[in-house]
Write a protein that binds this ligand. Structure first.
Ligand code: NAP
Length: 258
């Protein structure tokens, strides 16, 4: 079971410069974490926040696809209570025509990067009370009609995290996968759809991790898809396009002020 709260915790957050990652950083600092390593590709982008938060916020350089960056970071950080693998990228395309290099890059960012980090840090996470959070997507479970390789890479990452959960179970570490739906970040800029607040996603996820939960569906669209798949996994696997089109329509229709 993880710690009862995050006071005094040492936490690494990837993709920490904006969006859900930035919300994790703010939530962790608000909850009394004593050191938050904010991993970003370019630390200059968070210089203003680093000076506002003071020494509890430590900007570190990390492109998750770069093994040398991961090696340097693991040499710099001795001990962590929680590693939050959040970095990710949008990935739309056609399953037959998407450039192979682009499809492979989605796996680099979503699967191999988080795996490399987990391997590097697993031995330095506080036994019994520490653990990992992996930011996946509802698209890991139900096909994204717009981003088939985004879905495939998040699905692969979900299984990697599930395997990690089994591997570290005896050390008492908690591994939580979070499956957000539409969330109000740069990734969905310009998209006309009701979106969840990223701070709420971060808070719900941290609460779930603290409660020892394996999976989190942190917003109303994620809950809708999860509920439907619990009832009919066959439909999700055999006709995902039709299922997601129907769920999307009922989600949009059900939003207030629409
Ligand atoms: N927004 C949604 O609707 C939604 C829904 C489901 C799941 N998610 C997942 O939530 C996570 C956070 O996304 P977001 O919505 O907060 O999007 P965002 O605002 O676009 O932020 C993505 C973050 O990931 C970082 N990043 C991308 N590639 C990276 C790499 N190779 N190495 C290190 N950092 C990298 C970006 O860094 P730079 O600032 O350097 O570009 C940025 O900080 C992602 O894993 C995404 O797949 C989002």
């Amino acid at each position: 079971m993880p710690r009862s709260d995050l006071r005094g915790a040492h936490v690494l957050v990837t993709g920490a410069g904006r969006g859900i990652g930035d919300s994790f950083v703010a939530a962790l600092l608000d909850r009394g974490a004593s050191r938050v390593y904010a991993a970003v590709r370019d630390p200059r982008t968070i210089a203003d926040r680093a000076s506002a938060y003071g020494p509890r916020l430590v900007p570190v350089t990390l492109d998750v696809t770069d093994a040398d960056h991961v090696g340097a970071l693991s040499a710099e950080i001795d001990q962590l209570d929680l590693l939050i693998s959040n970095a990710g990228r949008e990935g739309s395309g056609n399953v037959l025509t998407q450039a192979e290099s682009d499809a492979r890059d989605l796996f680099e960012v979503h699967l191999w990067g988080p795996w490399r980090l987990a391997s590097a840090f697993a031995g330095r996470i506080t036994p019994a009370t520490g653990g990992f959070i992996f930011v996946q997507s509802i698209a890991a479970l139900a096909l994204s009609r717009r981003g088939p390789f985004y879905s495939a890479s998040k699905a692969a990452a979900t299984m990697m995290a599930a395997a990690l959960r089994e591997a570290v179970r005896d050390s008492g570490l908690t591994v939580t996968n979070v499956f957000p739906g539409f969330t109000d970040t740069g990734m969905l800029a310009g998209e006309e759809v009701p979106k969840a607040n990223p701070r709420s996603t971060a808070d719900r996820t941290l609460d779930a991790w603290l409660a020892g939960e394996a999976n989190v569906f942190p917003d109303s669209f994620a809950e809708l898809v999860h509920e439907r798949m619990r009832g009919d996994l066959d439909e999700a696997l055999s006709t995902p396009g039709a299922m997601m089109a129907e769920l999307y329509a009922s989600y949009v229709d059900g939003q207030p002020n629409r």
